[in-house]
Design a protein around this ligand. Structure first.
Ligand SMILES: Nc1ncnc2c1ncn2[C@@H]1O[C@H](COP(=O)(O)OP(=O)(O)OP(=O)(O)O)[C@@H](O)[C@H]1O
Ligand SMILES: [Mg+2]
Length: 286
């Protein structure tokens, strides 16, 4: 086991790769479509006629003041909640109302904290235990042909090591997950998600509670996963440096709806956005 010797792509190179893939995607349809979605909790309207698109291959940011409805929107997309009204489509198919395991099976995933029992297992084992997105009859076959179990296990291990190299955790493959630092645990959470071969990953405040250096590592790994594995990211983050450096476009929510969207520098200067952050936002979304 060795740490990946592959040099990190410099920012401009990453941007060049992303720009190139972006131009190929100009005619493609959104991977995630939120259509006029509302979510009420009793008398509280957490999401209010929200409409937005996320294009495939992007690292799209979602920002907005506290209570804007960002996390609720992710819960709706991932299947943890059902909308009161409106529709969400993933890959062109309606997913609103599906259960989380069903959105997972279609390739839309969010990261989760490492469960307690997995902390007593190694980093590598943590990845090897991630369920396959599509199982089914393959699992049945393994009952009949034990030699296939061994072969499949070797393949899964190779894939796990590959993912660990991608997120720079290969040198810790045999370490117990419980012994990792906070930032390394975040990388492991990301690695577990990537192991399931997602098409799109939802990250809710990945930078919370980790220091700047680790946040930079995490950003670099997200960019690499995006470029090398063709994963679309949709990221809620309060850390503006993180958002400005990685996300394009950036979508801004306030009072449950989208109030602005565009390249990070444009959004940052938008008076509606400044107003929302200053608490001066009173009228509903335009
Ligand atoms: N389960 C719930 N029951 C009742 N109200 C809720 C529930 N979840 C969220 N809300 C309310 O919905 C609104 C939106 O909350 P949400 O957590 O989606 O905001 P957010 O944009 O993620 O905020 P933050 O940046 O603070 O994480 C808030 O007013 C919140 O109190
Ligand atoms: Mg939130």
């Amino acid at each position: 086991m060795h740490q990946s010797s592959e040099p990190r792509l410099p920012d401009h190179a990453v941007r060049a790769v992303r720009d190139e893939s972006a131009s190929e995607l100009t005619d493609s349809s959104p991977i995630l479509q939120v259509r006029n979605v509302t979510k009420d909790f009793g008398g509280v309207r957490a999401v209010d006629r929200c409409t937005l698109d996320v294009m495939p291959g992007t690292i799209t940011g979602l920002i907005g003041p506290n209570g804007a409805g960002k996390t609720t929107l992710f819960n709706l997309a991932a299947g943890d909640l059902s909308p009161t009204s409106g529709q969400i489509l993933f890959d062109g198919r309606v997913i609103s109302g599906l259960r989380p395991h069903q959105t997972f099976a279609r390739g839309l995933m969010r990261t989760f904290q490492i469960p307690r029992e997995l902390r007593r297992m190694t980093v590598l084992e943590n990845l090897m235990l991630v369920p396959a997105r599509q199982s089914g009859e393959r699992l049945w076959l393994t009952w009949l042909t034990p030699w296939k179990v061994a072969r499949q296990e070797r393949q899964i291990q190779a894939r796990a090591i590959d993912v660990l190299e991608l997120v720079n955790l290969a040198h810790l493959a045999n370490e117990l997950a419980g012994n990792l630092s906070g930032g390394q645990k975040k990388l492991l959470e990301l690695a577990r998600t990537l192991m399931a071969q997602p098409k799109m990953v939802l990250l809710d405040e990945p930078g919370a509670g980790i220091n700047r250096t680790l946040l930079r590592d995490l950003s670099a790994n997200i960019v690499r996963a995006s470029v090398e594995r063709d994963v679309t990211f949709f990221i809620i983050e309060h850390d503006m440096r993180f958002v400005m450096a990685m996300c394009d476009p950036v979508i801004v929510m306030a009072n449950g709806g989208v109030i602005a969207e565009g390249p990070p520098t444009t959004v940052q200067r938008d008076p509606r956005v400044l107003e929302a952050y200053l608490g001066g936002y009173v009228n509903g979304p335009a």
